[in-house]
Design a protein. Structure first.
Ligand SMILES: Nc1ncnc2c1ncn2[C@@H]1O[C@H](COP(=O)(O)OP(=O)(O)OP(=O)(O)O)[C@@H](O)[C@H]1O
Ligand SMILES: Nc1ncnc2c1ncn2[C@@H]1O[C@H](COP(=O)(O)OP(=O)(O)OP(=O)(O)O)[C@@H](O)[C@H]1O
Ligand SMILES: [Mg+2]
Ligand SMILES: [Mg+2]
Lengths: 232, 307, 367, 249, 309
């Protein structure tokens, strides 16, 4: 579905990514793991067209993403939950959800009602402005907003940041359900344990390069990665 | 000071208010909602008036002039957007200020080159030229009623568009975080272009409608621009309702101030100083009003939430 | 002989640019019709825009005097600019010829040997209307002007001759757009006439709105600098029959004026106004004086005496300079009319003052 | 128990019809970590905002270090020694990382109306600032603009700023949010060292960290304190489990 | 770069008189006066994001101090300057105290409001010329001695004031005070949470900026020997902002370069064609579109390119 080949990218003169390659197959859940500042978000921003790669290739469902503007990439079927939420502060909760909603590939799987069912708090706050929500509520809104675009591939960058344990558990359950329905997901998260249960593949990024890939079993058995990324 | 005069002046004040709102409407959209400081709004208003005069000269029909001038305004707006504005959306407000100031200089001078420096005018369409008696002793020009109606209509259209359509939501969202809107699959640049064109058209529309009562001359948009900003700021940036109410407030305060300042000051002062102080005070009045409003409510009367 | 340098400082930007353009056109036309020479000398005319900013005007005039070493500075349109440039222009040794602005202080206690005015003392056009209203025996007049110095001078000028009742005296903010409030007051006061001084765009707005309010048929419209050739193209029919006061009109009947109006319209495509005529006369004045001195400018006293003679055929007919270097001339009531060719102009309605000089001359020390 | 460093008495705040803080009484001991946990939207950030002065309470009293600060402005409370970190990162993006912290040092060093001398060369400011950066592991990033730090690094900077203020009480609003696993561990370690000399209020959803650090836990739900007590008791509290903790991941 | 700028300015009068273009000195003198006002404004705009749209009022205040005291026979700098400074500081304190409650565009507009009030007040000062303005008969003297009588002397006085103001501003923005003020531009909430009373810092900077503007006004009245309410009009305030932005805000020398460039370009283009604005306008647009950070930004970009070879 999504293939990234030896991607390099950065912010102006500052090079951040050097060699990132991985693939996400249809129906798969893949994670990007790495310490702070290693380039996970940068990878995602490059895929979304928010940064232009200096070299490498990105292909989504047969379409080359290099050089496409972000909205074309999103229209191709990638839904983003960005780092730091970035909900629209001047829009109400409901407007946040419907403003960019879309059903580009047949009947929508996610509707307003569905999102409200997933996050009942949002329904209570539907008339509040985006910036009046608590941090966690904003996070839910950002997830709901991405779901409302009914993407083929869902990208979540630290989507559980600031969520209460109970809600976090719900999100994991929800993602598991989505996966069961065949939704492809690319994930960045610091809670590794649930990722182990959920994901098919893990991609470890260090200093802008992919240093390790493998499935959950490999991850738990590889002593080096284990020490670095799992609780011992 | 008789009661009829007072009533008449209140009506006049409201009418001036609607007139101001008509002019401020486009600015509310582009500046208030889209968050783009467009100082060129005033010259776009001027351009609308000039285009109408020109097309009237060519066709001899007001309606044809109106339609053609609107289209031409839209065209100019899109052209400006394409050449200049689209490169400035994600820039600092101050970059927008200096670029649009450049456009003011250019268009003011351009208009003078093309149409000459002398004031021009546009006649009122024949059918709407007379006056009607609103109440005994109060003759009211029909065209002013038309202006009021179009001001109200512009307000309603704008309100509906911004508050209740998806385009409105997206524009508001884009104003705070264009990147994110785009990353969610919306071509925000194109949307901004359309909205900007529409804003220019509104400016042009105001110019066309007002041309029959005001002189069409180079620089006519400059003072108006300041007034329009005053309206928007008093109302609270981003709030269409606020702009509307602020426009009426300014219309009233200005009109009543001008009409009755002398009489009121005479209560405290001798006639001759009253006569000299009052007009100075009347000129200052809207600024005084703005200062007081902002002192009491630093984000205008109806602060937009979430900014 | 060396080329004669003249600096024209006038307003060429902003809404009043039309007035400045008329001034420039008038002066250029004078030079052209005199064969490109004044007093037999080829002319370098340097035109600068004062942008209606006093400090800009000062800087430009200093450049005239210091860089270009001009012998004459001509201009400006507006009084506040005149006040600003008087010192730099005349201190620098040039003669300043004003083809429009003529403030009272320079006519009186601040009169200046190197300053000549080819127009009038500012108050005089207003006095014409006051005198007219008084002669007509009008009882109630509503008067209005913008709230600045010239506006106040205007209304006091009107009242100097009008002794009837002033039902209301209104000052509006400069560059006011909408006059509905004032029109309501006028309608309520039911005067016989209004007298207004609303130059430029203000006049256009007011005249149109006055007509639209249906007052034109009931109230006589008296004005100064409100309906003239610079505003009529915009006012058109709305101003028909309205009165102004002037020292000249395009239809003034003398051969030199006929020739001037025809030449001007041919050259610039519109009817000349007083701004153009006074600038034309300024050109003629310089020409006549230089002819008398044989083209020489170094003897300032001789040149001044020659200027004082004003030995040329003014477009307004005969006039002479008073001791304060302001003209003594006739003033007329003028009325807006539509010409057979569809253009609008003011036309002489009647003579109101004959050989009229301003009263400030008594404060002037010059003899 | 010693005199509390911070006491909230009947604090109330509502937005529209929503009671976000509903008669909250709270005492924070002069030492140790006092954790405040609760579901999203329970009112934790609003509580912190009221304590530090960004939000004015509708009713109630805030007493800090013996002063009634209920009506004092933000900066006055900070001067009294109240420091906070923001849940949504709040730094000076155009300033270098070091300057961000140096400014915090300057805040309690005083004499900020000094008009001469280059502030960025003052060792008295830069020294402690650099030390704070090293403590949170940002030593190498001292001279890059703070805006170009990664999200997790910005979170660490947020802590460094609060530390550099040398406060009497530290309010931490989700300091671990967005920091990676390794960084979280370092942070927990850091706070553990600090808590002997500096009392803290900790709002956090990372339960591992909370239970590792806290000496006292209060649970806030719908603007009310549902339970308050030592960590073990809270962890076992059925109500808290149902409303917040869940059965673990 | 700033040093080069000042050296260049210092040698203008001798060069101009050598080239027989003495009036150029006057031109640059005017340019430096506006540069001084722009410099003061840059402190607010560039370092505090406080875009004052009423700054011309301070210039007018300084100018009117000279004219009004002059009309009463007081010409000495020992009186004029302190009066101007105190008046400006007081006006700044009063209007700033109110204006600084607002942010962003609201601040722009409320400062405009105060500027307009000053303008209308000056226009109605009938004893001092009303809106026609009044002539300054005698230039300011120093203890009875008339150093400003000659244009070149005046030029160097302006130069000295500008240089001092520049130095002062440089110190100011780098100082502890300046750091807090700059930080408040970036994130006032954070700065307050650190324990700084943002309002006091901003008010102090606003007063400094106003005083500098008033000094420019004192010099302007001496240079043109005339004062007028037009000095206070909103267009003037707008032009000052444009000067700061054109040069590149937040660099101080940018404001000076911007003011000089604005006025000299205007002078030069106006000499080329009466329709100079049709060139000048697009020029401004081009500067914005192709360079961030105004003329200083362009200079820096060119220098970088040249450096790389
Ligand atoms: N806007 C920017 N400008 C310059 N450099 C940046 C910018 N944003 C991030 N960087 C740098 O890029 C590197 C990678 O950042 P990135 O945000 O991709 O990290 P990350 O892996 O997502 O980390 P985290 O877990 O903290 O979110 C970091 O060193 C950071 O300093
Ligand atoms: N300005 C406001 N206007 C209206 N409602 C608000 C406002 N600020 C906060 N709220 C509401 O108050 C509630 C409490 O918000 P708060 O930010 O304090 O929660 P929190 O406990 O910090 O949550 P989280 O753990 O998700 O950060 C939320 O439901 C939020 O929607
Ligand atoms: Mg990241
Ligand atoms: Mg919170």
């Amino acid at each position: 579905m999504l293939s990234v080949y030896s991607l390099a990218s950065g912010y102006g003169p500052a090079k951040v990514l050097f060699d990132v390659s991985f693939t996400v197959k249809a129906g798969e859940v893949v994670t990007l793991i790495g310490r702070n500042g290693m380039g996970k978000t940068t990878t995602i921003r490059t895929i979304m067209g928010l940064l232009s790669p200096s070299s490498g290739r990105m292909v989504f469902e047969g379409e080359r993403l290099n050089g496409l503007p972000p909205y074309r990439i999103a229209q191709a079927g990638i839904g983003l939950v960005p780092e730091g939420r970035q909900v629209f502060p001047t829009l109400t909760v409901e407007e946040n959800l419907v403003a960019t909603a879309a059903a580009r590939f047949g009947p929508p799987r996610w509707t307003l009602a569905g999102v409200y069912e997933l996050f009942p708090v949002l329904s209570e706050r539907r008339r509040n402005q985006g910036n009046e929500l608590s941090g966690g509520e904003q996070q839910m809104l950002a997830i709901g907003r991405a779901l409302m675009t009914n993407p083929k591939l869902l990208i979540l960058d630290e989507a559980t940041e600031g969520l209460a344990p109970l809600i976090r558990a719900e999100i994991w359950a929800c993602l598991a359900r989505l996966k069961a329905e065949g939704q492809a997901i690319l994930l960045v998260d610091k809670h590794i344990d649930p990722l182990l249960r959920l994901a098919d593949h893990h991609v470890v990024i260090e200093k802008g390069s992919v240093v390790w890939t493998g499935d959950s079993n490999d991850l738990t058995s590889d002593p080096y990665v284990r020490r670095r990324y799992l609780q011992i | 000071m008789s009661t009829t005069l007072l009533i008449v002046q209140i009506l006049n004040g409201l009418q001036l208010g609607v007139l101001l709102f008509l002019i401020a409407a486009g600015l509310t959209l582009v500046f208030g909602v889209m968050d783009f400081i467009n100082l060129a709004h005033g010259v776009q208003y001027m351009l609308g008036a000039y285009l109408a005069v020109m097309f009237y000269g060519l066709t001899g029909s007001f309606v044809a002039a109106l339609v053609l001038a609107l289209l031409a305004s839209l065209g100019c707006g899109l052209l400006l957007e394409f050449v200049v504005f689209r490169h400035l959306y994600d820039r600092d407000h101050l970059d927008q200020v200096i670029a649009t100031f450049g456009i003011i200089l250019f268009l003011n001078q351009g208009v003078k080159l093309v149409w000459g420096a002398a004031p021009l005018s546009l006649p009122i369409p024949e059918a709407l030229s007379g006056s009607v008696v609103l109440m005994p002793g109060l003759l009211y020009p029909v065209w002013r009623i038309v202006i009021i109606a179009s001001g109200l209509a512009a307000g309603l259209v704008l309100y509906g568009l911004v508050a209740h359509t998806r385009i409105g939501m997206l524009v508001r969202a884009g104003a705070t975080n264009a990147t994110m809107v785009s990353a969610l699959g919306v071509d925000i640049r194109r949307l901004f272009m359309i909205v900007f064109g529409f804003g220019t058209m509104l400016a042009g529309f105001a110019g066309i409608m007002i041309a029959p009562i005001l002189s069409v001359e180079p620089g006519m948009g400059d003072t108006i621009l300041i007034l329009a900003f005053v309206v928007i700021v008093i109302g609270g940036i981003g709030s269409i309702r606020g702009a509307f109410i602020a426009a009426l407030l300014i219309g009233l305060v200005d009109t009543l101030g001008r009409s009755f300042a002398v009489d009121i000051l005479r209560l405290f002062l001798a006639p001759s100083p009253a006569r000299t102080v009052a007009p100075a005070l009347a000129s200052m009045l809207i600024y005084l009003l703005m200062a007081v409003v902002l002192f009491l409510r630093p984000s205008g009367l109806f602060p937009a939430r979430g900014r | 002989q060396e080329r004669l340098k003249i600096g024209l400082i006038t307003t060429l930007s902003g809404p009043p640019a039309a007035l400045g353009q008329q001034q420039r056109n008038g002066l250029q036309l004078a030079i052209k019709s005199l064969g490109g020479k004044l007093g037999g000398r080829e002319v370098d005319l340097i035109v600068q825009d004062d942008e209606l900013k006093p400090d800009v005007a000062v800087s430009k005039v200093k450049a005239f005097v210091e860089r270009d070493k001009v012998d004459f500075v001509v201009g400006p349109v507006f009084s506040n600019i005149l006040v600003a440039i008087m010192k730099p222009a005349t201190d620098g040794g040039a003669f300043l010829v004003s083809p429009n602005a003529g403030t009272s202080n320079f006519a009186g206690k601040d009169c200046n040997a190197n300053f000549f005015v080819t127009s009038y003392q500012n108050d005089q056009n207003h006095e014409v209307l006051g005198k007219y209203a008084q002669d007509k025996g009008m009882k109630k007049v509503f008067i209005m002007a913008p709230n600045y110095q010239a506006g106040k001078d205007s209304l006091s000028g009107f009242k100097r001759y009008f002794k009837g009742e002033v039902v209301d005296e209104v000052y509006v903010p400069l560059n006011q757009l909408d006059y509905s409030a004032e029109l309501a007051r006028i309608a309520a006061a039911q005067p016989e006439a209004v007298f207004v001084f609303l130059p430029g765009g203000m006049g256009v707005n007011f005249v149109k709105q006055f007509r639209q309010a249906g007052l034109a048929d009931k109230v006589t419209f008296l004005s100064a600098f409100t309906v003239d050739e610079s505003t009529l193209p915009a006012q058109q029919d709305a101003a028909l029959g309205f009165f102004g006061g002037a020292n000249w009109a395009p239809n003034l009947d003398n051969p030199q004026n006929k020739a001037f109006v025809a030449a001007y319209e041919k050259e610039y495509g519109h009817v000349p106004g007083s701004y153009a005529f006074q600038a034309y006369d300024a050109g003629q004045l310089i020409d006549a004086a230089l002819k008398a001195t044989g083209g020489k400018t170094d003897d300032k006293n001789a040149l001044r005496a020659a200027l004082m003679k004003a030995d040329f055929k003014s477009l307004r007919g005969a006039f002479r300079f008073n001791t304060n270097h302001y003209p003594i001339q006739d003033f007329y009531l003028v009325k807006v009319a539509k010409r057979p060719d569809g253009k609008y102009q003011t036309e002489i309605a009647q003579k109101v003052f004959e050989n009229y000089s301003d009263p400030h001359v008594k404060d002037c020390k010059m003899k | 128990m010693a005199e509390p460093i911070l006491r909230l008495e009947g604090l109330c705040k509502s937005y529209g019809g929503l009671d976000v803080t509903d008669h909250v009484d709270l005492e924070v001991a002069p030492s140790g970590v006092h954790a405040v946990i609760g579901p999203n939207g329970a009112g934790k950030t609003t509580l912190i905002n009221q304590i530090c002065g960004l939000v004015a309470p509708d009713a109630g009293r805030i007493v800090f270090a013996g002063h009634d600060v209920t009506h004092r402005p933000v900066h006055a409370r900070a001067r009294l020694g109240l420091a906070r970190s923001f849940q949504i990162t709040s730094i000076l993006p155009a300033f270098s990382t070091l300057e961000n912290v140096a400014l915090a040092v300057q805040a309690h060093a005083g004499s900020s109306f000094r008009l001469f001398g280059r502030a960025d060369r003052e060792e008295v400011l830069n020294g402690p600032a650099y030390a704070a950066l090293v403590e949170v592991g940002l030593g190498e990033r001292a001279h890059v603009p703070a805006g170009s730090l990664s999200h997790g690094e910005k979170r660490a900077l947020e802590i460094a700023i609060a530390l550099a203020m040398d406060p009497k009480l530290l309010l931490l609003d989700e300091p671990m949010a967005g920091t990676g696993r390794e960084e979280t561990e370092r942070l927990v370690h850091l706070l553990q060292g600090l808590k002997t000399r500096l009392p803290m209020v900790l709002v956090e959803h990372d339960m591992t960290a909370v239970f590792e650090l806290a000496d006292h836990v209060s649970v806030l739900i719908y603007g009310r304190i549902l339970a308050s007590g030592p960590p073990e008791a809270i962890r076992a509290d059925r109500q808290v489990i149902a409303a917040y903790l869940g059965e673990g991941e | 770069m700033p040093l080069l700028l000042f050296i260049a300015l210092a040698v203008v009068p001798p060069l101009a008189s050598m080239a027989g273009q003495a009036h150029v000195t006057g031109l640059f003198a005017r340019g430096m006066i506006f540069a001084l006002a722009a410099l003061g404004l840059d402190l607010l705009v560039g370092y505090g994001a406080l875009v004052s749209f009423g700054h011309a009022a301070f210039v007018g205040l300084g100018a009117y101090t000279v004219a009004i005291l002059g009309a009463h026979g007081i010409h000495d700098a020992a009186v004029v300057v302190p009066v101007a400074v105190v008046a400006a500081a007081a006006f700044a304190a009063a209007t700033g105290a109110i204006s600084l409650r607002t942010r962003g565009v609201y601040f722009i507009m409320i400062t405009l409001a105060f500027g307009q009030m000053a303008f209308f007040t000056a226009s109605s000062l009938a004893p001092y010329g009303g809106d026609d303005g009044l002539t300054v008969s005698t230039r300011t003297t120093l203890f009875g001695y008339a150093p400003l009588g000659r244009d070149v002397a005046l030029y160097y006085v302006i130069f000295a004031v500008l240089a001092c103001a520049y130095g002062l501003m440089r110190f100011l923005v780098a100082s502890r005070f300046g750091r807090v003020f700059r930080a408040a531009k970036e994130n006032p909430v954070r700065v307050a949470a650190l324990g700084f009373d943002v309002y006091r810092f901003q008010l102090a900077a606003y007063m400094v900026s106003g005083v500098v503007g008033a000094l420019a006004g004192v010099l302007l009245a001496n240079a043109t020997e005339f004062v007028s309410p037009a000095y206070m009009s909103w267009r003037r305030s707008g032009e000052l902002i444009i000067m700061v932005l054109l040069g590149g805000m937040g660099s101080l020398h940018g404001a000076i370069i911007g003011a000089l460039a604005f006025l000299l370009l205007e002078e030069w283009l106006a000499g080329v064609t009466e329709h100079w604005k049709i060139i000048f306008g697009p020029l401004l647009v081009v500067v914005v579109l192709f360079a961030r950070g105004g003329l200083v930004g362009i200079g820096a970009a060119l220098a970088r390119r040249w450096w790389r070879g």
